[in-house]
Write a protein that binds this ligand. Structure first.
Ligand code: FMN
Length: 253
């Protein structure tokens, strides 16, 4: 008899409670992933005066976001670690690399573009700016900082010099890029029979817990982009300063 699975939905999508929290705290910037909330909630967020940002994985998604009044667009290239922001696209084969996507959006949409995906050092930041981006967003490279609350198996997978990553939907039900593990290899990284997001995550939780207790990431989400991760022990603040200095140097070179 298989164990009963804890099939709860986990984090609910953006709704009344999140919106009320934003109205209470009034953050300077509010950034969405997977599109935008419905028009009423979005209008409430906008009326707090927050700068609105969301991610696009294709030009079509960027244009959709621009039509709905966002202030800036994250161009999330296929190299990016973690969940793909795809909300109009349904096929990972449509996903565009960071360089190509950044140029497409900069050319067609009159909004600041933030390039994301595979950028892990100052050279990458310089390249993004040269492509017309107004800024770069970095995720994976910050996972090396001590502030990152990732699991030990995740940290170990990121430390490997040869990191093989793939976009997979079998760990959560939505496509996300992570380091290849046993489950992705044996099941295949994309499987249409996977439970919908977020139900795949609790379904695999017992296997994940058992493997992690043995120091194995065989069934864990080991989110990682394709970009470089410097071997450093810098805190996030010092790493950010180093990135800015590297970028300034390579711009002036
Ligand atoms: C571990 C991890 C968790 C992430 N979680 C989120 C998230 O909760 N919301 C979000 O908008 N983006 C999230 N992202 C995606 C990043 O915003 C961004 O697209 C990506 O990290 C950029 O590519 P890079 O990882 O190659 O630097 C996450 C990325 C990683 C690596």
């Amino acid at each position: 008899m298989p164990p009963e699975l804890p099939l709860s939905a986990g984090h609910p999508p953006f709704g009344e409670a999140h919106c009320a929290a934003i109205e209470d705290v009034c953050p300077e910037i509010v950034s969405f992933h997977f599109g935008l909330p419905d028009a009423t909630l979005l209008a409430r967020v906008k009326s707090t005066g927050a700068i609105l940002i969301s991610s696009a994985t294709t030009l079509r998604e960027a244009s959709w976001l621009a039509e709905r009044g966002v202030d800036a667009i994250i161009a999330q290239g296929a190299e990016a670690g973690g969940h793909r922001a795809m909300f109009l696209e349904t096929d990972v084969a449509t996903q565009v690399g960071t360089f190509a996507l950044t140029r497409q959006i900069v050319d067609a949409v009159r909004l600041p573009v933030i390039a994301a995906g595979g950028i892990g050092d100052g050279h990458g930041v310089t390249a993004a700016l040269a492509l017309g981006a107004s800024a770069a967003q970095i995720g994976t490279a910050y996972l090396a900082c001590p502030e990152a609350t990732i699991t030990d198996v995740h940290r170990a997978a990121l430390a490997k010099t040869a990191r093989e990553t793939a976009i997979t939907n079998i760990l959560t039900g939505r496509p996300a890029r992570g380091v290849m593990n046993r489950f992705m290899r044996e099941q295949g990284p994309i499987d249409d029979a996977t439970p919908n997001f977020p139900f795949a995550r609790p379904a695999i939780a017992p296997l994940r817990a058992k493997a992690e207790a043995q120091g194995l990431g065989d069934f864990s989400p080991l989110w990682s982009g394709q970009g470089p991760i410097a071997a450093h022990c810098l805190g996030a603040r010092d790493f950010t300063r180093q990135l800015a200095e590297q970028a300034a140097l390579s711009i002036s070179a």
